[in-house]
Design a protein around this ligand. Structure first.
Ligand SMILES: [Zn+2]
Length: 379
């Protein structure tokens, strides 16, 4: 098995039924930066992501100027027989945001897709780093030795389209992940929950100051649990941040801090502690009073995250995946979280003693701190 020359922890291999893929050669903890790569090939693009006729001409001019080696590199990527052999391969390029370009990386562009779903989710994500001008591949779950590294090509759920149809239309392949191969009724139920979530998000801030803030926090909790159950754990950061802003608007520093810590710790895993998003969240978690709308709605004690939310956000991430699968049959993530901690089953409110809660949080924070320490690893 050939080991990656820059990163001995991963290798590009043939994956049955998928062409090439990338596997871990050793355990990789969540939050670790697996590899950063400058694209081997870049092509011109508009940052809007739309390619017009002139844009296509520029792309073909750039392709014509490539060396034989680079052309062969592009042609080594798969393309459906029904597609144009050049255009079909352009889909493997990813946007270099802010740089008017699409890039094709030696390694990261070989990472295969899996969908976010209740039945399984990607263990890594990639992101164009505008500061270093490199593509970062980061572990978002534990990755065991020998396990395939997988990302989602559908990183944004705000323009949600049912995954099988989207992947067929946009990338020309039939996704065979555990989410896409669920019975249609289950997939439809997931689609409806995500669409309802997308309808919830844009209007939540307009409710501030008009509705009971405790009801808004309750609704945010429901949405966060849905995100957890559907596998979109990065989205949790945004909703935890909404909850922080609500608490800070009422001058409740203690509750606000707890919510912002969830947001900050998600950013640590998905974006790294050198990201601007993490730094802002860290500052607000430390000093909620720095929030621009601090006490804008008066002064009132609200609520921090419930034990269910804390347990889900901070427990072992790989365990979450296994239990999430069980939850489909047993009635939800909240129930499986409860069973994993020997708590009352779903239907009854989950209550932890103060000691249990403190212990769970301390353990979780230690885990996140350990993961952050490991973020800068030897390649
Ligand atoms: Zn899928």
């Amino acid at each position: 098995m050939p080991t990656h020359t820059q990163c001995p922890r991963i290798a590009i291999v043939d994956i049955p039924g998928k062409g090439k893929g990338v596997i871990a050669k050793q355990y990789i903890p969540p939050g670790a930066l697996i590899i950063s790569e400058k694209p081997r090939i870049t092509l011109p693009a508009q940052n809007s992501g739309m390619v017009d006729r002139q844009g296509l001409v520029r792309i073909f001019q750039a392709l014509a100027a490539l060396s034989q080696d680079d052309s062969e590199f592009i042609m080594s990527f798969p393309c459906a027989p029904s597609e144009d052999p050049i255009l079909g391969r352009l889909k493997h390029f990813t946007p270099c945001f802010g740089d008017n370009a699409f890039g094709l990386c030696l390694t990261i562009s070989r990472v295969n897709h899996t969908c976010y779903s209740a039945n399984g989710s990607p263990n890594a994500s990639y992101r164009w780093n505008t500061r270093t001008k490199e593509e970062d591949l980061r572990a978002i779950r534990e990755i065991q030795e020998g396990q395939e590294i997988e990302v989602s090509y559908m990183s944004d759920i705000t323009n949600y389209e049912s995954p099988p149809a989207y992947l067929r239309r946009k990338f020309g392949f039939e996704c065979c992940c555990e989410g896409c191969t669920r019975p249609p009724a289950e997939r439809l139920a997931s689609d409806q929950r995500i669409l309802a979530y997308n309808a919830f998000v844009p209007q939540v801030h307009s409710r501030f100051g008009k509705e009971n803030p405790l009801q808004i926090l309750k609704d945010l909790e429901i949405q966060i649990l849905i995100l957890c159950e559907e596998g979109y754990i990065f989205e949790v950061a945004g909703r935890a941040d909404d909850a922080f802003e609500l608490c800070a608007s009422y001058g409740d520093a203690a509750s606000g801090r707890q919510w912002e810590e969830i947001c900050r710790d998600r950013y640590a895993i998905h974006l790294g502690t050198d990201s601007d998003d993490w730094k802002v969240a860290q500052r607000l978690a430390t000093r909620p009073q720095d929030y621009v709308g601090w006490q804008a709605l008066g002064r009132r004690n609200l609520k921090g995250p419930s034990p269910r939310i804390l347990e889900y956000c901070y427990r072992n991430i790989e365990t979450a995946r296994a239990e999430s699968t069980e939850s489909v049959a047993s009635g939800g993530v909240a129930q499986s979280v409860a069973s994993s901690f020997d708590l009352p089953s779903a239907g009854a409110p989950v209550k932890l003693s103060k000691g249990q809660k403190k212990k769970a949080k301390a353990k979780a924070k230690k885990q996140v701190a350990q993961n952050s320490d490991k973020t800068v690893v030897t390649m």
